[in-house]
Every structure is written in C-alpha cells, then in structure tokens.
Design a binder for this molecule. Structure first.
Ligand code: AGP
Length: 618
C-alpha cells in the first residue's frame, strides 16, 4: 500500500534521496505524497494530493530559491488512501499538536475513532481525517512526557490496535531522532558509514547499500548514521542480521519501454530461465531444490496441499492445483486467503499450506498462512521477494527470481509462479513415486522449450497483431473470457488484467459454465475471448465458440487448437506445448491484449486507479 522512506546522513542534503526513494516506491500508492525534513531548529513538512513529480518540482524549485536546503534527515510518504480522501490535509507526514514530531504510516489503526475522541476530549485539535494523525498525537504526547523518541514510540504503540509500519522524526535541542516500528506491513532498514535508511521496500534502499535488515513485527528501530539499534516493544535489544540483496537496480528501470508492464511482459523469457536456473536435473528426470524440506522423505509425508493466495497469485494457485493433482497425484485445495482466514478451515493431517505471492507481504495471505500454521500445517511458499515476511515465516520457499515487478498489473511474476508450480509438481510427483525418471525427463525437457516459444510470441510482428485486435475491440461493452481445465484460471487472469488496467468489465468463466448463465450476455457488441488449447476438451471449446457466434457475439480465439482458431473472427495462435505447459504461453497474448486495450483507452497503465501493488492492509 503506502510507500515509506527515511534517511539520516552525517552531512549533506537528504531531500533528493527521499524524492528518489519515493519515485521508486510510487507503485505502492500514488494518490498523495509528502516529505518531512529537519530544517533550522525544528521540522518542516511539504505534502500534497497528486503524484510525486508535482511535489518534487515544487520542493526542488523551493530549494533553488534557497529554501529547504541542507536537511540531514527526513521522511517521505506516498499514500494509498484508507481513511479520508486524497487531499493535501490527509497527505502524510502528520505532526503532533506540539510540532515535536513528523510521522508517516502505512497500515490501518482500527481503534483510531476511540483514540481520536479521547484526544479531542483532552483538547487536541485534528487537522486531517486520517487514522495516522492519532498516532502522531499519541507519540508526540509521550515524547513531551519525557525520554527519547524511541521510548515514546514504545509507550504509545500498545494503545493502538491495527497494522502499521511507521517512521517518526523529531528534532529538538539540536538533536535529530529517527525511529521506525512495524506491526504488520513491511519495513526494512540499512546503514553505512555515512548514513542510515529506512523504507517499506528494499528497492528504495538498494541505491545506497545491498545489506538490508528486515524488521519483524513488534520491532522498534532507532537510526543514526552508521548505526541502527533494534529493540522489542519493551526496549530489549534484538538481533536482526542484515541480508545481502542481489537484485540489480537496472531491473527496476523502465529502459526503452513506455511502461513497466510492457517491459515486464518482455522480460518473461529471461524470467523463465532464471526460475529454472540450476533447478533442472535432466539426467535424473527430477528437480533440484535446496533444503531438506524438498527431500523425498519430507515431501513423501505431504498428503494434501492447501494453496492460499490473492488476485493474480490466486490464479497461479489454481493452475498449481491442476499441475500437482495431475502430475503428482496429491489432492489440492485453493482458497482466497481473505476467505480462508475468516472461516473455520478443517485441514487434514499431512496438509502442506502453500502461500503464493509476488510481494510476500500481502496481509490476507500472511494471515491465512499463519492460521494454517496454527492448525498444524507445514508452510511453504512460492514467492518473489527475498527477505519478505512470507519467506521468513515459511518452512521453505521456492523463490521465483522474477526480479522487481513494478507494474501494478502482475505479469512476469505470474509466469514465474506457474514455472515454480510446475517444478514443485514434478518434485512432488517424483517423491511420491508417481512420476518415473523417464517421465520426469520428458516433463522437464518440455519446460526448456518455453523460453524460445515466449521469445517468438513477443516479436514485433506478434505484438502488432495483438495490438490491431485490441484496437478493434477496445470500445465493446464487455468481455467474457472462457477457458477449460488448466486454462480456466488463465481465463480468470485475462479478465482480471483487463479490468485492472483498462477499467472494462470482463468476466472469466469456465467455458462449460457458459450455458448456465453467462450465455445471456452474448449479443453483438460483446466480445468473448476463448482460450483454445489442443487438449481433451478441445472439441467442447469449439462448441462454445459456435454457440457464441450463433448469438451474434464476436470471438477472439487464443491458443494452439487449429479447429477453434478456424471458427473465430480473430485468432492469436500460440505454439503447441501440451496441456500442462499451455497456460504459460496462453497467458502472454492476454497480457498484451489488456495492455493494448488500456493504451487505446488512454489509461494510466502502470498506476491504475484505486489499486496499489502490494496490499498490506485488509
Ligand atoms: C495483480 O495484477 C494484482 N495487482 C493483484 O491481484 C495481486 O496479484 C494480489 O494483490 C496479490 O499480490 P501478491 O502476489 O504480492 O501477494
């Protein structure tokens, strides 16, 4: 959700560092933005509704005129509104009544209304509608009562119910204090000889250092140049070793592409290679995964898999079900994490809970995995973000190595999740004796063909063809996406992509369900996109196409089945790779299709309205 940055240097000016950090984190929330700086004897804040570029040009102009210079410490925030609309007043940082501290926050304070009442009763005047301002006043009052800022934070936070990552800045009597704390949303810190940094995402820290400390729930960290002290809520120092982050910063750059989404779609051949790297043992017909967790003995005890995920990752989890059940013969349940966490799930002994997440910080997925853990399940994850909460809390992780994904609409992480699910299915199948060495070799050899096929599907010519179809369908009144079997989740994913970035209504359905209701929607002006693989249900998909056409609907067929392609007005041919691998290729034209529809409509592709990349609140 919101993006948080902070910096404290021995000398120099942190404002450009904060603005660069906010730019990198803008994908986390982008309805308003602000900075708080150590200036003169106190603190100064600048904040406004709108994008980072607008704030940046204003504060840099102010600097050029001699203002806002020489701040050695500051905090910055890009907001995704929860309480109160995106206005200048609701933008962070917020200050306490005494002007002692500036505070930024990502999360939700659930008991903010009662705390606000109490503070108003005590004579505090509020200037925003946010839940965050309550925190600023609580901490400011504690600081006024005595002690250091970290003590004040530790005294105030037990009064709060909810989820937060916060950073607070104080500047009194010439002393600067920068403190951050976490309960729920992610927060990481780093130091080198000259400075200290905090951020809600490592991407904002990587330009300074690769050695990053990930805070844990309940941690309070005090930062100063060259030093960070992490304590628990009682002030007892805790050891949080730094981890080395290998991600390249260029990977978070748009390069020559107009949008991150398009760049990330084009990265998919490389991403597949990275996910597979050193994991294929073709001679043994098996998958190499580090750690005892993935051994025959350990996986042999897995009787059932419970997938927990949200959004696009949930769709990857649905594909994982077909792969794990079909290849390994292990039963799989897939739940929306947000539903699972609030029902009373019954998990049979031997159930492995599998979290799937790009960010590893999605609040619902983390809560669902924790619940599964409490119910006695071993926890594994398929995840992109090294050092994320999900990775740290899992017994084992299959990292997907997709690199930083900035586009809010997930693309390359989805494809990498499918590859990881395939690897896991083969490993489970081998451990359960369900896949022979020879079958393993064949399955893995198939995976190695994916990269060249993806490259072929991303040529200029292939892209132009999809762009042309997208242009002709961009003003229809709605879309139905149909798929069967392992490609049913791909229909869901295609519809989600289109909704997310082009704001067109789109429904994903199992093709066989069309006759049970959605067929009533079919009429001229309604486009049905059919995923048509050459599999055991290909003839049934052809029948679906006939039924749509008979009712005047337009059909776009995507896939490798010549019969279906023949029947459709528009066709996007996909190389034939067999049913198990077909989702990996079929999803790519759907990603491009949604991209080009959104482009045609002039939508803000990388920052779609109302969305945020990483949903760290409920
Ligand atoms: C994907 O395009 C979405 N923006 C969203 O559905 C996302 O997949 C979901 O929020 C889960 O995120 P995660 O993979 O980081 O857990």
């Amino acid at each position: 959700m919101c993006g948080i940055v902070g910096a404290f240097r021995r000398t120099g000016d942190v404002l450009p560092t904060l603005l660069d950090g906010l730019k990198v984190l803008e994908y986390r929330g982008y309805d308003s933005v602000g900075v708080g700086l150590v200036q003169g004897p106190g603190l100064t804040i600048r904040r406004r509704a709108g994008r980072i570029d607008e704030l940046a040009s204003r504060v840099l102009a102010e600097q050029a005129q001699g203002g806002l210079n020489g701040s050695v410490a500051g905090i910055g925030h890009s907001r995704w509104a929860t309480h109160g609309p995106p206005t200048d007043e609701n933008a962070h940082p917020h200050m306490d009544a005494g002007g002692r501290i500036a505070l930024i926050h990502n999360g939700i304070i659930e008991n903010y209304a009662e705390l606000r009442e109490e503070l108003i009763g005590a004579g505090v005047e509020f200037h925003s509608e946010t839940d965050t301002e309550v925190l600023a006043h609580l901490i400011g009052r504690e600081l006024a009562a005595g002690g250091r800022l970290a003590d004040a934070v530790r005294r105030a936070l037990p009064r709060v119910r909810g989820y937060y990552a916060i950073a607070a800045l104080a500047h009194e009597d010439g002393e600067v204090q920068l403190v951050c704390a976490r309960e729920g949303p992610p927060l990481c810190v780093a130091v080198d000889e000259d400075g200290a940094w905090l951020a809600s995402d490592v991407l904002a820290i990587l330009p300074h250092t690769r050695e990053v400390i990930f805070l844990e729930d309940g941690d309070v960290a005090e930062l100063e140049p060259g030093k960070v002290r992490v304590t628990d809520g009682k002030g007892v120092e805790v050891d949080r070793p730094a981890r080395t982050i290998e991600w390249e910063m260029e990977a978070s750059d748009k390069g020559s592409f107009p949008h991150y989404m398009l760049k990330e779609i084009h990265e998919q051949p490389d991403v597949v290679s990275r996910t597979l790297y050193e994991r294929l043992d073709l001679d043994a017909g098996d998958v190499r995964l580090d750690g005892d967790f993935w051994s025959d003995e350990s996986l042999g005890n897995v009787r059932r898999v419970q997938v927990l995920a949200c959004g696009t990752a949930f769709h990857a989890g649905l594909v994982a079900r077909y792969l794990i059940e079909g290849l390994a013969g292990v039963p799989v349940d897939v739940d929306y994490a947000s539903e699972f966490r609030y029902r009373s799930p019954i998990l049979a002994p031997g159930t492995l809970a599998l979290g799937v997440s790009q960010s590893g910080e999605t609040a619902d997925t983390l809560a669902a995995l924790r619940l599964a853990g409490k119910l006695g399940c071993a926890r594994a994850s398929i995840c992109n973000a090294i050092g994320s909460t999900m990775v740290r809390e899992s017994d084992a992780t299959l990292l997907i190595h997709a690199g930083p994904e900035i586009g809010v609409a997930s693309t390359k992480a989805f494809v990498a999740m499918l590859v990881a699910a395939y690897l896991m299915a083969v490993r489970l199948g081998r451990a359960h004796g369900r896949i022979s060495q020879e079958e393993g070799r064949e399955l893995l050899a198939g995976l190695r063909q994916i990269r060249p096929h993806l490259e072929h599907m991303l040529t200029r010519e292939a892209q132009d063809h999809i762009r042309d179809i997208a242009r002709r369908h961009s003003s229809v009144k709605g879309f139905l996406f149909l798929g069967r079997g392992i490609n049913y989740p791909i229909a869901l994913e295609g519809a989600l992509k289109l909704k997310e970035i082009s704001y067109v209504h789109a429904e994903g359905y199992p093709a066989g369900e069309m006759k049970h209701g959605p067929i009533a929607l079919i009429e001229p002006g309604m486009t049905t996109l059919v995923i048509a693989s050459q599999d055991s249900v290909a003839d049934k998909v052809r029948a679906n196409i006939e039924q749509v056409r008979a009712r005047g609907g337009q059909v776009i067929a995507v896939g490798a089945d010549p019969g279906s392609l023949e029947l459709a007005e528009d066709k996007i041919e996909v190389p034939e790779v067999g049913p198990w691998l077909s989702p990996l290729l079929n999803v790519v034209p759907l990603q491009l299709f949604s991209y080009f529809v959104a482009l045609e409509k002039g939508c803000d592709i990388d920052k779609p309205r109302n969305l945020a990349k990483s949903v760290t609140v409920e």
